[in-house]
Design a protein around this ligand. Sequence first.
Ligand SMILES: *Cc1c(COP(=O)(O)O)cnc(C)c1O
Length: 397
Amino acid sequence: MRGVRPAALATVGRVNDDTGDLSPATLAVTAGRPARTPGAPLNPPVTTTSTYVGVPAGSDGPGPVYARWSNDTWVAFEEALGALEGGRSLVFASGMAAISAAFALAPLGSRVVVPDHPDSGTTGLTAAQRASGHLEVVEATIRDTDAVVAALGEGDGAAALLWVETPTNPMLEVADLPALVAAAHARGALVVLDNTFSTPLGLRPLDHGADVVVHSVTKYLAGHSDLVLGATVTRDDDLHARLLAHRTMHGGIAGSFETWLALRGLRTLAVRVERSAASAAELARRLSGHPAVVRVRHPSLPDDPGHARAAAQMASFGSVVAVEVAGGADGAERVAAAVRVWTHATSLGGVESTLERRRRHAAESPDVPENLLRLSVGIEDVEDLWTDLDRALRTLL
Ligand SMILES: *Cc1c(COP(=O)(O)O)cnc(C)c1O
């Protein structure tokens, strides 16, 4: 990680430069701190400014100039996320701002291959790009490697970019990441992976050869359902420069308060996701035998179609569970209305458990079953979560 920071932004120090063999759980705590000089604060400040005092000509480096270009609170967060993913990070105003910047890496009019039911925000964006003629958007079922490879095409018309979500939101389909990266790179296509669900503690896409990682920081990284933020991470200096130029020119920049709060949330990422993933696996196991449940999707389940792949490429099966309940859309709505500890709400990745019938949104893919509830498992006591869910489900019997 030595030397990854642009010199102009290098006003936030590192704990030390020998972070290479620290575990992710440690890096989440230690990375992006001010330099350990006597009297220094432990945490970076919230830098609230629109501009910076000019640096005299001939002095060492241009220094920061204007706050749409750089902000030290961003740099602190970017150092921490960059250390976790193993690349250079950029923070954006939202997950969608980061996703828009990543799609802009594909040349105008080029073919991009996307999952047939990714996050609904991504679907909305690609639909708009298709309608405007900006991109040729081709959909493929991401767990079906042959279908994705066919969609990538061959020769001059081959795709310029492959968009991967794994596991997908909310169907929890697992992609064969090594196979997809190899096929895309053989055609010269960039691989961008939305790592929101897994977090860098569950999956390290850059280690698998992905070119760019995007995050909705809103979810697990910030972890407290109190802000909206996004990020990109890459190891490629040219891609980093292009993403930075997009952020600066399109202006989708993060607020420094939100960024500071996200960094504070990131400090506890390991304990939050370890606990919520363990509870998610336990709830998935119990739900599989529930009389009011038709189907459970979670890669931890030995009979889940994505289990073997997830076990091979991920360090954790994640904290989102999808449950199809008896009684169709109406049954799912009744469960959502009956829970007391869980909250019926969209979004995911907070300390508090939420659930939602995804098809209540017109923007959700028709591939998603009407009776599917997406569960975002939080850090409450798992027995309280189970008792509440079981009671709500039993109203269907
Ligand atoms: C929430 C989400 C997004 C969109 O991010 P925002 O922060 O809401 O802009 C993109 N991808 C996934 C997987 C998400 O869960």
